[in-house]
Every structure is written in C-alpha cells, then in structure tokens.
Design a protein around this ligand. Structure first.
Ligand SMILES: [Zn+2]
Length: 297
C-alpha cells in the first residue's frame, strides 16, 4: 500500500515537473555562497551568525538576475540546486517563482544533485576559487577544514572543475560561472576560454573584496546568462578520461587515518590518500565519503 502510494507521489511529481517544461533548453544552476555579490567572510555564510540573513537574500538575488537572462534567451525549464553548507540557504519564496529549487542536504551528488542527461546546459553561480588561491574570497576545495588539495589524473582541481566533470559525464556543458575575479580566471583556465565568466567582485584578500556596484553586477549576470545560453552550441562538455586517479591531500596526518580504512583507498603519504576508478560518478561519491571520514576525530 505504502509502495503504491509512494510510486504515485513520485509519478505525479515527475508529471508536474514535466508539465513545467516549456519548449526550449533545460538549464541546471548550482549556486554556492562564497562567490555571491557582497559576501567576503564566513560569518556571512554561516547560519549561526547574525550576518547570514543578508547574504542568503543576496544569494537569491544573484540567481534571480541569472534566471532573467536565461528565460529571456528562451530557457524552457530552470532547476536551481542550493549548493552551500546545509544547502538550505535560499529562502524558497525569495527565488524567482518560475524556477524549480532543490534544497537541503545530504544529496548523493551534493552541489550537482539533480543534473542528468536531459539538461542542455549548466551554470555555476556564486562559486569560489580552489584552496590555496591568493586574493580570492574564502578560497577552499569542498571542505576548508579538511582539504589541502584534490588532484584527478595529476590535475589539481577547484570545485568548479570537479563539478563540471559531473555535468560532463552526462554530456552537459558548463556555459557560465559567476564569482570573484580570481575564480573567473581559474574557471576559464580549467573549462576553456569560451566559458562566460562574470566577476561580481574583486577580492583584496581572503576576507575582503571590492564589490562591483550592485546594479552593474546584477545586469552583468543577466546579460552573461542571456549570451551564454544563446551561444550554447560553442561550448563542449568538460570530461575527464578514465582510468581516473583521485589524490586527496589533507591538512594534517590525522585526517588520513579513517579514510585509509576503506579497502579501495590507499594511504600515499602522512596526510594523503588515493584511489582509482573507471566511473567518474562512483569516484566522486567515494571522494565525498573519504572527505566525510577525514573530518572524524
Ligand atoms: Zn560554499
């Protein structure tokens, strides 16, 4: 009985979402918080701080500016995945009512939950630079307290690269990114020069930045999204070829201890582990489990 009810609910939600799909490209947005206009400090991105309320509103506003551009360029459906921390940052009714929001955590694909081969394009909004980038707002890679670096097949990648390869494994190209200036440069270096990268601020250091005037920033987001979707065919999906060797370096040796208990994972140094897989999505999920175990003490 329960099973019948559950499958009815699943079917009806699928039907509802399919009903929302108008003619035109289907677009996935992953939205983080560190690269949002106005954000310069972790107090603004942490729910226990009084400064958090303002930043979550700016987060919705940056996304709304992007959605305006996407819909103007003919998007048929826009799905937004809240991708920071608890992943419950965007207040649902502050988001453009024409988009479908994915909220909450944990999710198997984390910042990329919801993407599949039915999407035509992917955007990264409010993204930040990889751990160890100078003059970049709140630079880190997945876990600031745990990860020093993540390399896949020898290439050190920021979150934007790791996540772009998830989209790529579904053959979906990343067409636009927003964040600070350093993140935009990093994104083009990893994903290619045809990516549209919109800087909403220029970091002075890890905890200070000069914002672009708010109107100009939001207009640039709208304009960038419109151009990116209109030029969709120019961009190729970002793919990493198997076999895939994941190398994870932590901040300290204790963080390598628990991950080393997994049979697939090899300890390669005092504070590093590695594993190899042929399936990128499997590798990504194992990497997430490894990072979660690294935080155990
Ligand atoms: Zn974040």
């Amino acid at each position: 009985m329960k099973k019948i009810l559950l499958s009815f609910l699943v079917l009806s939600l699928t039907a509802v979402l399919a009903g929302e799909q108008k003619p035109g490209p289907k677009v996935f947005i992953s939205v983080d918080m560190e690269g949002i206009w106005g954000v310069v400090h972790a107090n603004q991105t942490s729910p226990d701080s009084p400064e958090y309320g303002a930043a979550r509103k700016w987060m919705a506003e940056d996304v709304n500016a992007v959605v305006d551009g996407l819909l103007a360029a003919g998007a048929g459906l826009v799905v937004v995945n809240d991708s920071h921390g608890s992943m419950r940052n965007i207040i649902a009714d502050q988001l453009d009512p024409r988009v479908a929001l994915i909220s909450g955590s944990p999710k198997p694909l984390s910042m990329m939950e919801g993407i599949d081969a039915s999407f035509d394009a992917c955007l990264f909004i409010g993204y930040h630079a990889q751990a160890g980038t100078a003059a970049a707002s709140l630079d880190h890679t997945i876990s600031g307290s745990t990860m020093r670096s993540i390399r896949i097949n020898g290439l050190e990648l920021p979150e934007l690269g790791i996540n772009a390869a998830i989209a790529g494994s579904h053959n979906v190209p990343v067409i636009m990114l927003s964040g600070d200036e350093a993140t935009c440069l990093q994104a083009k270096a990893v994903l290619g020069q045809s990516l549209i990268a919109v800087a909403v601020k220029k970091a002075v250091g890890r905890y200070a930045a000069q914002m672009r005037p708010r109107d100009a920033a939001r207009q640039a987001l709208t304009q960038g999204a419109r151009e990116a979707l209109a030029g969709l065919s120019r961009v190729k999906p970002f793919r990493l070829d198997p076999p895939l060797n994941f190398e994870l370096e932590f901040h300290n040796s204790g963080q390598a201890e628990m991950p080393s208990l997994l049979s697939q994972v090899k300890r390669t140094g005092a504070r590093s582990v590695a594993f190899t897989t042929d399936d990128y999505l499997q590798g990504f999920k194992l990497m997430r489990a490894v990072i979660a175990l690294a935080g155990y003490n």
